[in-house]
Design a protein around this ligand. Structure first.
Ligand code: PEP
Ligand code: MN
Length: 359
């Protein structure tokens, strides 16, 4: 986390997990009963979470499954807030949800992945939320489209909503492997770069879709500088009415917190002299790399002239295969991954071909 997004979250009234700088929103996928809500909120409070989450309207992929208890759960969340002093967070998807949530004094609202993917729905919500000082968190859209995510944030910003955060919950994919959603870490990195002032929280539960991967995803999110985690915790996960496979029981949640390695914010690096020295080395090496590449391109231009004079094609497949093989051999000796060597070789060769064809 950076110090500025950390400060933003604390200004919203959130506090980090004890002894860390990381925010943690936790709670069940869905509020199911008053007792379930109160019991889980009590144990989570003891773990020092920043806010209690519970879906009350559940966006289900197919109809007929549990769709949430709706406004009947609002008084339960009011109790969580007044009796336990916890911040409360729910998903809203329609202007009526927004109005009910604001009336009930819910502290944080979030837009679900299916909502973010729909500009009409987001626009209506932005208008319903106009002027609110309640923070709104925007989950990434289901499809890996960074602009669609930005667009939703901008729609909220344009109606004057100033407290906006983002949640990475992964992206639908045809080939999900063992995770429910593709984490899209590179998209998160681009998000950070383009909207550095927006706090970014990771939802490892919806990325993983299974409890045994929550720790790995959470640690990855921390190492990629996320400001917080949103984790689904249920008092009896196997009996949960939604997302049963990915919810942790309170003990597993506590174990998870004990296992995570928390990090300092980025600005702390400025005081680390050893890190500074290594970064200077990296900058010098990067410069040397660019000089070498520039020299290589100069030689390519010489080759281009010669090939033109002697009527030869730009692409010569045997030569290209030989370069690739040689690079893989050298790379392996130097301890570089095949993947990296392949990517560099292809980039260099593509550029070389372009130079020769233009010549
Ligand atoms: C949820 O948080 O329970 C949820 C439905 O999330 P998403 O919008 O990420 O699918
Ligand atoms: Mn869920």
């Amino acid at each position: 986390m950076s110090i500025s997004t950390y400060n933003t979250l604390t200004a919203w009234g959130l506090s980090p997990l004890p002894g860390t700088e990381l925010m943690c929103i936790a709670g069940p996928c869905a509020a199911e009963s008053e007792e379930q809500v109160m019991t889980s909120a009590r144990v989570l409070k003891a773990n020092g979470i920043s806010a209690f989450r519970a879906g009350i309207w559940k966006p289900r992929t197919r109809p007929g499954s549990f769709e949430g208890v709706g406004i009947a759960a609002l008084p339960w969340l009011k109790r969580v807030k007044s009796e336990l002093g916890l911040k409360t967070a729910i998903e809203i998807a329609t202007p009526a949800h927004a109005e009910a949530a604001l009336d009930a004094g819910i502290d944080l609202l979030w837009l679900g992945a299916r909502t973010t993917a729909n500009p009409f729905a987001v626009q209506e919500l932005a208008e319903a939320l106009k002027g609110t000082s309640t923070p709104v968190l925007v989950k990434n859209p289901v499809n890996p489209d960074l602009n669609l995510w930005f667009g939703s944030i901008e729609r909220l910003q344009r109606t004057g909503i100033s407290k906006i955060g983002a949640i990475l919950r992964g992206f639908s994919t045809q080939h999900p492997g063992e995770l429910r959603n593709d984490p899209g870490w590179n998209i998160a990195i681009d998000f950070r770069q383009k909207m550095p002032q927006i706090p970014l929280i990771c939802d490892p539960s919806h990325i993983a879709g299974r409890r045994d991967r929550i720790r790995q995803i959470s640690q990855h999110a921390i190492d990629l500088d996320c400001d917080g985690l949103m984790i689904e915790v249920h008092i009896m996960p196997d009996k949960a009415l939604s997302d049963a496979k990915q919810q942790l029981n309170p003990q597993a949640f506590q174990n998870l917190l004990a296992q995570l390695h928390f990090r300092q914010h980025e600005e702390a690096a400025e005081n680390n002299l050893q890190l500074k020295a290594l970064r200077t080395q990296i900058d010098e090496l990067d410069y040397e790399l660019l000089c070498t590449i520039a020299k290589r391109m100069e030689t390519v231009r010489e080759i281009a002239k010669l090939k033109r004079k002697d009527n030869m094609t730009a692409l010569q497949s045997q030569r290209w295969n030989a370069i690739l093989e040689q690079m893989h051999q050298n790379g392996a000796q130097l301890g570089l991954s095949n993947e990296l060597v392949e990517a560099i070789a292809r980039l260099l060769h593509q550029q070389a071909l372009e130079i020769q064809i233009e010549a």
